[in-house]
Design a protein around this ligand. Structure first.
Ligand code: MCN
Ligand code: FES
Ligand code: FES
Length: 948
């Protein structure tokens, strides 16, 4: 303290320091214990520096302090030396005058959601300031040492960017050349044109929800949703808010009694074969009802400040009786298990295993498998993967000028959110407006409502605008996760290694919420041994109620679960047959037979995909596989063993059944166009997707990409494009964009084939605004089309999907035979996503998806909420956990009904990599791990099992 007095003047408990911030001398006042991050963001409004984990585990808050990169969230104001030089992202470069690293991040495709981008740029700049000639490994070590986390990119393109920036700084490459990469008139479709938002993300100017908070009008209140810490299952007798109401700054303490509507959120939206509607999900816990999971909200405290709201929440008293907790699927399906919904009106006495979905093909294969020359019969378990976004849930709400409850949030399904909310909060849909905030990624959890209901409640009960955020710990504890799946799989092959029958039962742990359970549970059947040919199949899948986290969408929804079981089973069967696992898969590929009755050519739902590029993809992948096997053999020692694993996966690129999308276009006076749609942007690149597609559709107009303007993701102004889910936007919204562009072109086209100007259109009274639409359908050989439809619940028959994506995954993995730790050393993804709109985007999607797949295979899990609430305990894959030896091999087979031949890509790269990694562990050391993540104890256990 004495030392501090000499460094700074003390004034009323505040510490005043003279500093230079981004070259500007300033006198800054802060409380000694607050963090540098708080001073920068909350006081100086330098929102380019982000707040993520807030505990030193992600690096989004990096600044350069006296030449060293520091994480501002763990740097106390009192420890910042007086006269320090601080550089934040705002001081690195501007859109007109970018630093080399900012340029490089943009043109290397290293920016997706952009939440981590300022932090990486600060960290990378600090390295380049000292070393202009780093090796890739030095860059990776540097980011690793500095706890840099990115959930979107898989890191490879970020390292590419640092290497490129280093080359620019050494004078070997010129920024001017990068700036000239695109020339007007060039094709934007099927190119590497950088996404429009990248420049703002690279300069810290892209505001996310919590940045907006600091720029909202002063009258916004703060709303804090309160849940009982550690309670997963309990009968609630009484909720007492009287003490909380008396606390300083409190405007209102809301309970279920304040909810004007049914208090039950609608869950199932857009599924045409739903047996559940999700009405059991409460906004607020009711007296006399139950808490069914950690994080069920009992009160929302609205106060003048966050501090006051949080303090008052601690005074809410709940009288409850604890009940036995069902936190895993094995316990929940026991005969004598307590029922999660024994006292829920409408679903009283419902068993924990429900929503039975059956898929059948040919004969019952049970005896066929029993009598087969080779067979496997085993159980597999896939984990509760956490999404681990770097931006915690936040949002705000107010009444707009038309009196609508207007909610800004991270929603990636803004029209669905209205349907989910309306009856529950007691408003007609027309009185609700949702606007998507810039998102620090979602990976699907925001397909549902997580904070919108509390924002609406706080706004409607106080009549005053409100802001809400939770900290990262609460975010992780309360948001939904990927459903774990327990799978019992049997499969048989004949003496030559041909599949003769497959059979499975799957139990999907969905937590205490039925929302979207149909779609998810169906995936187990839809993709059961889907890349392969066989005559006979039976699959039964159940949804299971438990008291663990409720399940939401997570990238590749449902497919990592089933491919973990199926692709591990295929591997085991290959070894049983004595056939190389690659050969075994290749010789059993689906005998693609569209529009026939041949069961060997069709998916379990009884239809064939629109194209089937897997045979060619396997051919391309084979030499790579052989090379990797050779490498594994050469590298293996008794201490460290190497092996190569393969998996094949297929996933859909539109929503189940009757999916549809809309997108509108308007010709503007200056000859540019405005596109209106709700292609929500998690970070995947909805802006680029829209610009690339529209630019191609409008090529006759010879527009520059800047002349394609975007008005996106506001339900009051944009048509319903559906959710940015199911990898459906490029196909569904892409087609709607093309439809609207075609209508505009038709209207603008003159008899001589040239195009009218805006003024000519107006003069001739021709409308300048057009609505585009698209419905999911398949095309028959004779050109006729048939609409998609959902799966029959007893036979599984249906045509749920119009578009598909394909992957062959190859992993080279090492296993340390002392520690039993596995590491993925090399990964090759041979993928087909149709014709590619944008290579930077697609590469980024695929690297990032593979990284999440490696994480799923080896480290990521979400068990007890009291421990699994930070990135380290949840097994976040940092840069050194993800190999830099990542290769993508693109096959671009055009889709007959895809926009310019495109399919989707978002979820393809996360469907199968984990299974390739698991199979590589077996190839390396003989440990057959059947439960992911394959942590050292499981590998050790599997090795011991093998020795028995
Ligand atoms: N694309 C392309 N060419 C193709 C196919 C797609 O250039 N042939 C581009 C599209 O233009 C788009 C991107 O790839 O920019 C993804 O397109 P698509 O597969 O249609 O997926 P959506 O736009 O519907 O995005 C959702 C999808 C899903 S379901 C999840 S979950 C997801 C994901 O994409 N979450 C993400 N990718 C993510 N990426 C980031 N960074 N953050 C998330 O939260
Ligand atoms: Fe500071 Fe994560 S390290 S916010
Ligand atoms: Fe890194 Fe999204 S781009 S977290």
């Amino acid at each position: 303290m004495a030392k501090e007095k000499t460094e700074a003047q003390l004034a009323g408990g505040y510490v005043v320091k003279k500093l230079t911030v981004n070259g500007v001398p300033r006198r800054v006042i802060g409380k000694p214990e607050v963090t540098l991050l708080t001073v920068l963001r909350e006081q100086l409004k330098m929102t380019g520096t982000k707040r993520g984990c807030n505990c030193g585990q992600c690096g989004v808050c990096n600044v350069i302090l006296n030449g060293k990169v520091v994480r501002a969230c763990i740097t106390r104001w009192k420890s910042v030396p007086e006269f320090s030089q601080i550089t934040t992202i705002e001081g690195v470069g501007t859109p007109e005058n970018l630093h080399a690293l900012q340029w490089a991040m943009i043109v290397c495709g290293a920016i997706q959601c952009g939440f981590c981008t300022p932090g990486f740029i600060m960290c990378g700049k600090a390295l380049l300031d000292e070393n202009k000639n780093p090796t890739r490994e030095e860059v990776r070590d540097w980011f690793g040492k500095n706890w840099m986390a990115c959930r979107c990119t898989g890191y490879k393109q970020i390292v590419d960017a640092v290497m490129k920036a280093a080359a620019i700084l050494r004078g070997e490459e010129k920024i001017e050349e990068l700036a000239k990469m695109y020339k007007p008139g060039d094709k934007v479709w099927n190119s590497s044109y950088p996404r429009p938002s990248a420049v703002y993300k690279a300069t810290g100017l892209w505001d996310f929800g919590d940045d907006d908070r600091l720029k909202l009008p002063e009258e916004f209140l703060f709303a804090y949703p309160y849940a009982l810490e550690g309670v997963r299952h309990a009968k609630v007798n009484k909720i007492n808010i009287s003490e909380a109401e008396k606390c300083e700054g409190v405007v209102k303490v809301c309970t279920y009694k304040d909810v004007k509507g049914t208090n039950r959120l609608r869950g199932q939206v857009g599924c045409d074969s739903a047996v559940t509607d999700g009405w059991e999900r409460r906004i607020m816990v009711e007296e006399g009802d139950k808490i069914r999971q950690w994080g069920d909200i009992v009160a929302v405290v609205v106060a003048d400040t966050e501090e006051h709201a949080r303090a008052a929440a601690q005074k809410v008293k709940v009288d409850y009786e604890p009940l036995p907790e069902l936190i895993n699927v094995r316990e929940a399906i026991k005969e004598d298990a307590v029922s999660v919904f024994d006292d829920c009106p409408g679903i009283d006495g419902m068993p924990n295993a429900w929503n039975k979905r059956c898929f059948t093909k040919g004969e019952d294969p049970h005896d066929i498998i029993t009598n087969a020359a080779h067979k496997i019969d085993d159980e597999f378990y896939s984990s509760r993967q956490p999404h681990m976004v770097l931006e915690a849930d936040c949002g705000y709400a107010y009444y707009d000028d038309e009196g609508r409850v207007t909610i800004h949030s991270k929603s990636c399904a803004i029209y669905f959110a209205i349907v989910k909310l309306a009856r529950a909060i007691g408003l007609p849909p027309s009185k609700i407006r949702i606007i998507e905030n810039n998102m620090g990624a979602s990976f699907g959890y925001k397909t549902t409502v997580t904070n919108e209901q509390y924002l609406a409640l706080a706004l409607m009960t106080t009549g005053r605008p409100v802001y809400m955020r939770v900290d990262m710990k609460e975010h992780n504890q309360r948001t939904p996760k990927r459903s774990p799946s327990l799978m019992h799989i049997r499969a048989g092959a004949d003496a030559k290694g041909k599949l003769v029958g497959v059979e499975g039962t799957c139990w999907i742990d969905h937590g205490p919420c039925s929302e979207s359970a149909n779609d998810l549970t169906n995936k187990s059947g839809q993709f059961f041994f889907s890349p392969y040919a066989y005559d006979d199949m039976r699959v039964t899948a159940y949804t299971i109620w438990t008291n663990h986290r409720w399940s939401s969408a997570f990238r590749a929804y449902g497919s990592p679960q089933i491919y973990w079981g199926v692709e591990t089973a295929m591997d085991m069967l290959a070894y049983e047959c004595g056939i190389d696992p690659f050969d075994f898969r290749e010789q059993n590929l689906l005998e693609w037979a569209p529009f026939t009755d041949n069961p060997r050519g069709q998916f379990p739902s009884g239809y064939a995909p629109e194209v089937f590029p897997l045979p060619e993809m396997m051919k391309k992948a084979r030499p790579v596989y052989e090379e990797m096997k050779k490498k594994a053999k050469e590298l293996s020692t008794p201490e460290k063993k190497y092996g190569v694993g393969v998996s094949v996966s297929i996933y859909n690129a539109n929503d189940d059944g009757a999916d549809e999308s809309g997108s509108n276009i308007e010709l503007l006076k200056d000859g540019s166009v405005m596109i209106y749609n709700t292609w929500e942007d998690h970070g995947q690149g909805a802006d680029m997707g829209t610009v690339g597609t529209a630019h191609e559709a409008l090529r006759p107009l010879n527009l520059s990409p800047e002349q394609i303007k975007l008005y996106m993701n506001d339900t009051a102004r944009c048509p319903n494009s559906g959710a940015a889910a199911a990898s459906r936007s490029q196909t569904m919204t892409g087609n709607a964009i093309v439809d609207s562009c075609n209508k505009l072109l038709d209207a603008m086209r003159k008899p001589d084939g040239t195009y009218r100007t805006y003024d000519e259109m107006i003069a001739e009274g021709i409308p300048t605004f057009y609505e585009g639409k698209w419905q999911a359908k398949i095309q028959r050989k004779d050109g006729s089309v048939e609409s998609c439809c959902g799966n029959d619940k007893d036979s599984g028959k249906g045509i749920p999907f119009a578009f598909h994506m394909f992957a062959v995954n190859l992993a080279l993995v090492s296993v340390d035979m002392k520690t039993f730790k596995a590491h993925c050393e090399q990964f090759v993804l041979c993928g087909d996503v149709g014709v590619i709109n944008n290579y930077l985007v697609v590469d980024g999607q695929q690297y990032g998806g593979v990284a999440q797949g490696i994480g799923l295979a080896l480290t990521e899990d979400f068990l007890d909420e009291s421990k699994y609430h930070n990135f380290v305990t949840m097994g976040f894959p940092y840069i050194k956990d993800i190999t830099d030896d990542l290769t993508l091999i693109h096959s671009e087979v055009p889709r007959p009904l895809g926009p310019f031949g495109a399919s989707g890509t978002g979820e393809m790269p996360l469907s199968g990599p984990h299974a390739a990694v698991g199979n590589a562990i077996y190839a390396a050391c003989g440990a057959r791990v059947k439960t992911i993540p394959a942590i050292p104890s499981r590998i050790k256990e599997a090795l011991e099992e093998m020795k028995k």
